[in-house]
Design a protein around this ligand. Structure first.
Ligand code: CU
Length: 299
C-alpha cells in the first residue's frame, strides 16, 4: 500500500494513452470531416496532440519513477535540499515559450486556408471589394435558436421575397457558401463540427463565415458559447443537399412561406406554386408582403 500514490500516477498515464488509442474505435475522436479546409485544422489538432502527448508521457513517467523510487516509508537515502537554480528556471521558461512561438507560426497556413483563401476575399485577394461573393444566406443567432434567411427569386438578401426558416440550415454540396452571421441578443457561437467551422456571433456585427461541404447528409448545428439557461437547446441541423435537392427545398420553402402570406409579389413565386398563390394574391393589399418581410428581417 505504501506505493499506492505512485501506482495511481502510473494508472493515469496508462489510462490517458489508452483513451486516445481506442478513441477512434468508439467514435470518441474527431467527427468526420466533410469540408474542403477541414484537413488542415485536423492536421494542426493531431500535431498539437502528438506534441502534448509526448510531454504528457515523459512527465508522468518521470513523476511515477521518482514517487516509486523515493517513497517515504522505504527510502533510506538521505534527503537533499536545493535552493533554486537560475539555469533550470531559464531552461523551463524558454522551452515552452519557444514551443508556443513555433505553434503560432506553424498554424499560419491553416488559418490562411480556413479563413483567408475564400470567396469572401474575391479574385483580387482583398476583403470588402465588389469582387466579393455575396452571402449565400444570413444566420441570426438568438436565445435559443438559429434564424435563417435566404435570398428569394431575385437572388438578393434584404428584399421582399426573402425566405425565412428556423434551425434547419440547407446548403448545396460542393459549392462555396458564405454565411453572414449576426446575433440578436448576446454572444453565441455558430458551430458546425463536421465542417470544422466555429465562429462567434457578436451583437452589432455582421461576420462573414465561409465553408464548402463535400458530402451530402445531415449534420449538427450547435451553439458553442454558453448563452443562458437553455443554451443546450440551441441546436439545429445542417442539411447538405445535392444542387437539385437544394433547389427543390427552396421551392418548397417558397411555397410554404407565400401560402401563409397574402403575397403581392406573384412574379417571385415559382411556377409550381403559382396555383396556390392565385387565390390570395389578387386581393392582397399592395404593401402587405413587404411589410411582413421587413418585420421578419428585423428579427
Ligand atoms: Cu447560443
Amino acid at each position: 500500500m505504501a506505493r499506492l500514490w505512485s501506482l495511481l500516477v502510473l494508472a493515469v498515464l496508462i489510462g490517458g494513452v489508452l483513451t486516445f488509442a481506442i478513441g477512434p474505435t468508439y467514435r470518441m475522436s474527431l467527427p468526420q470531416d466533410v469540408s474542403t479546409h477541414g484537413h488542415t485544422i485536423d492536421g494542426l489538432y493531431y500535431f498539437i496532440l502528438a506534441l502534448t502527448g509526448i510531454v504528457f508521457i515523459a512527465t508522468q513517467s518521470v513523476l511515477f519513477y521518482f514517487m516509486w523510487r523515493y517513497e517515504a516509508n522505504t527510502n533510506k537515502d538521505p534527503i537533499t535540499y536545493t535552493h533554486g537554480s537560475h539555469t533550470l528556471e531559464i531552461v523551463w521558461t524558454i522551452i515552452p515559450a519557444a514551443t508556443l512561438l513555433f505553434i503560432s507560426i506553424f498554424q499560419f497556413d491553416s488559418w490562411a486556408e480556413a479563413k483567408m483563401r475564400n470567396p469572401m476575399y474575391g479574385p483580387d485577394g482583398k476583403p470588402g471589394t465588389a469582387d466579393d461573393m455575396p452571402p449565400t444566406l444570413e444566420v441570426t443567432a438568438r436565445q435559443w435558436e438559429w434564424r435563417l434567411r435566404y435570398p428569394g427569386q431575385d437572388g438578393r438578401l434584404g428584399t421582399a421575397d426573402d425566405l425565412f426558416t428556423v434551425n434547419e440550415l440547407h446548403v448545396p454540396v460542393n459549392q462555396d457558401i458564405v454565411v453572414s452571421l449576426k446575433s440578436m441578443d448576446i454572444l453565441h457561437s455558430f458551430f458546425l463540427p463536421e465542417l470544422r467551422v466555429k465562429q462567434d456571433a457578436v451583437p452589432g456585427m455582421k461576420i462573414p463565415v465561409w465553408f464548402q461541404a463535400t458530402k451530402t447528409g445531415r449534420y449538427e448545428l450547435v451553439c458553442a458559447e454558453h448563452c443562458g439557461a437553455r443554451h443546450y437547446a440551441m441546436k439545429g441541423m445542417l442539411v447538405v443537399d445535392t444542387p437539385e435537392d437544394y433547389q427543390a427545398w427552396l421551392r418548397k420553402l417558397t411555397r410554404e412561406q407565400f401560402r401563409t402570406q397574402p403575397a403581392t409579389t406573384q412574379t417571385n413565386a415559382t411556377a409550381d406554386n403559382a396555383t396556390s398563390n392565385n387565390a390570395t394574391s389578387n386581393n392582397a393589399p399592395a404593401d402587405s408582403t413587404q411589410l411582413t418581410s421587413a418585420n421578419q428581417g428585423e428579427l
